[in-house]
Design a protein around this ligand. Structure first.
Ligand code: 7K2
Length: 369
């Protein structure tokens, strides 16, 4: 792949920042380490070196350091990770990489994703493509996002349990992991098409999730509700994150604050995000969480509440990387062990290093949010 080098115009501000930091440290003594753009580039380079490969069909990520290939939703989230790097760096190589991985995705899964029974999987990919459209203007990303959102919404929304989207096509339960992403996806389509029908969908999905799966006294998001009405109350960081993302877009800032505070004050230990398993679905949850939490912080000027804490997590993710290949697993309280590592599991560290930095590109030029 194209070597990933930061754009040269960033070098002068970086140098200036370094001089200022050094000067401040001379006066005040060494500050706690604060992760830098150089580290954010380095961890992404290490990730691509370990996991990225190409073949005639396009670009792909290995599932593990020793081979395989990520499948559907984890690959959609790797596409989002690439866009997180782009938003921080504005390095055009990221958009090329996105196109290559998108091409590989379509080679494996086609352009109509209805064969996938998981509605959440489709919504994650709709978000990735909608975001990419905002930066590239490529109508292929816009059209595939709209078509797949529309088909998925048509099969997933129902009035059972008061509204909301089913998680799977067997229509047995309604989960935060589809409703949060779908509220975000609908909002992005509203911005792309300037079509208020999507805004209405975003709001009604959000309001359903808020009324059924949100504890408005604590900020906790419940995982799901079964058709029987039984609630599964476990709180996962990714569900908090997508709820925050949707609430922020829709202007429900009190809800977003409550959920963000719940992550920071209840789900964290010693300020660090939960230690999820190094592989499997949960391994990338913290990356999703901080993507939307950081966006909320930046959009609403809430740095004084969350920036230092996000930075602490970014520093931890960087410090626990393993020296042999700079990969960092998702358990930031422990050093990354030797041996085989999971790509989805290593993505949370890449994302936190990007989003804890001030953003270079705040708004997608084609669809200001
Ligand atoms: O039960 C759901 C979800 O509500 C919960 O938060 C997570 C916890 O587990 C499942 S999501 C599991 C994924 C399995 N592989 C395919 C994916 O599309 C699917 O959503 O881990």
């Amino acid at each position: 792949m194209m070597p990933f080098t930061p754009p040269s115009r960033l070098k002068i501000p970086c140098l200036l920042a370094l001089l200022i930091t050094t000067f401040i440290e001379l006066l005040t003594g060494p500050a706690a380490h604060a992760s830098t753009s150089a580290e954010a580039d380095a961890i992404f380079n290490a990730y691509n070196k370990a996991f990225y490969f190409t073949n005639d069909a396009g670009g792909f990520y290995r599932a593990k350091t020793d081979g395989g290939k990520t499948f559907f939703w984890d690959r959609a989230e790797q596409l989002e990770m690439i866009l997180d790097v782009y938003e921080r760096s504005t390095n055009p190589a990221c958009l090329t990489l996105f196109s290559n991985v998108f091409k590989g995705f379509v080679a494996d899964h086609g352009t109509n994703w209805s064969h996938n029974e998981f509605n959440d999987d489709i919504m994650w990919m709709v978000i990735a493509c909608s975001r990419a459209y905002g930066y590239t203007g490529n109508p292929v990303f816009r059209d595939i996002a709209k078509d797949n959102f529309d088909r998925c919404y048509a099969r997933a929304w129902s009035t059972n349990l008061g509204g909301g989207l089913w998680w799977k096509t067997n229509n047995q339960s309604k989960h935060s992991c589809v409703n949060g992403p779908a509220a975000i996806a609908a909002f992005l389509l509203y911005r792309i098409y300037d079509d208020t029908n999507y805004l209405a969908k975003s709001e009604s999905i959000y309001q359903w999730e808020r009324s059924v799966l949100f504890d408005s006294t604590t900020g906790q998001i419940y995982d799901n509700i079964r058709l029987s009405g039984q609630l599964q109350k476990i709180a996962f960081t990714y569900n908090e994150g997508t709820f925050i993302g949707a609430a922020n877009f829709l202007g429900h800032t009190n809800d977003a604050r409550l959920a963000a505070d719940y992550v920071k004050n209840v789900l964290c230990h010693d300020g660090l995000l939960p230690q999820y398993n190094p592989s499997g679905d949960t391994s990338g949850f913290n990356g999703i969480c901080v993507r939307w939490l950081a966006r909320f912080m930046n959009d609403r000027g809430l740095q004084s509440s969350y920036a230092a804490w996000l930075q602490t997590n970014a520093d931890a993710a960087w410090q626990i990387r393993r020296p042999s290949d700079d990969l960092s697993w998702p358990r930031w309280q422990e050093p990354t062990p030797p041996g085989v590592l999971d790509a989805w599991g290593c993505s949370s560290s890449v994302v936190i290093l990007q989003v804890a930095q001030p953003k270079t590109l705040f708004q997608p030029p084609l669809m200001p949010l």
